[in-house]
Ligand binder design. Sequence first.
Ligand SMILES: C[S@@+](CC[C@H](N)C(=O)[O-])C[C@H]1O[C@@H](n2cnc3c(N)ncnc32)[C@H](O)[C@@H]1O
Length: 344
Amino acid sequence: MPVRSKVKKADVKKTLFTIQFPTLDEYVVLKKRITTPVYPKDAASIVSLLDLHPHARVLDAGTGNGSLTLYLARALHPSGHVHSVDKSALHLSHAKHNVERFARGLYLPTISFSHGKLSSVLNSLPSDAPLYDGAALDMPTPWSELESVFKRLKNDKYVVCYLPNITQVLECMKEIERKGLAFAVEQVLEINWRPWDIKRTVIRGSMRDSTDEKLVDKPWLRTSEHGENGSSEKSVENNDSSANVGEEEEVKHEQCQNVVKEGNAEYEENGDLEVATPRDPENAAQESQAASVVSDARAWICRPGHPPTEHTAFLLQLRKKEYSPDNIIELETPNKQNRFLILQ
Ligand SMILES: C[S@@+](CC[C@H](N)C(=O)[O-])C[C@H]1O[C@@H](n2cnc3c(N)ncnc32)[C@H](O)[C@@H]1O
């Protein structure tokens, strides 16, 4: 069956389904899970914070459902490698199954799985095993594993810990201090994706009274500042900008709703409607007048989605910063304007 085909259930009149490949985000969110996965917004950020390159070898612990494992493998496929470790055999086999089932197992060759407590697995590696280019830790007490991860990480590379609450962030920082680990705390981030609803709105109803003017000529729908299509255009362009814009749109939306109530008009949130439908269909004159208003009164409603995304985790980005006397390089002609030294 070709992708994007429409499928209809024989016994249901109207319902149409579309056949499509699941994205990795959809797969992670919708697939059956046995432990909390790293969600797409955090997984994408972890991949970025680890500053990966195509040949990188990355440590991933714990494997859990294999969600983050898949994001890492997708970033590194086909030339890099993900070493995924979990102390639970059940979780490991569930994760392997998930990896096999996504994209027909495309990323399986990029991943190796190890069973055991992270420190035990790392301590059992041969001494000449290559060091990791990065490590992602998602487990209840990552601070207890930081020392063994530190030993197996290349200098100047990153560890990112996924931590549900700020107390755990502090635990990690205290452990770094207690053990004197040469980690720089680069960033503590809470990642928020703020979805917006953008909907075509047709103003319809018995709108020939003064409310018509109010609604059609409302500055948030049609002003020179906001362009021909009204404020919505601006808000779409700015949907990642300051909270003020969001608040402003929110207020406007409230105002729109007020007008609807006052004016006895309706919004049809779909956009397929072209023609006004008056509240009182018996009144033909009213109908035609309303239709002419509607042709002018199409608008967009743009507002932050409800409910807002919930807190999932903090990301603690650590960077290994081991110094030795050999690391100190004296420059004959230091150029103070260059912030970065390119090491050959
Ligand atoms: C929240 S889940 C990880 C979810 C996973 N990152 C994902 O995206 O699907 C935490 C996992 O860490 C494992 N774990 C906890 N402590 C561990 C340790 N010290 N060494 C290895 N795995 C550990 C647990 O068995 C569990 O599967």
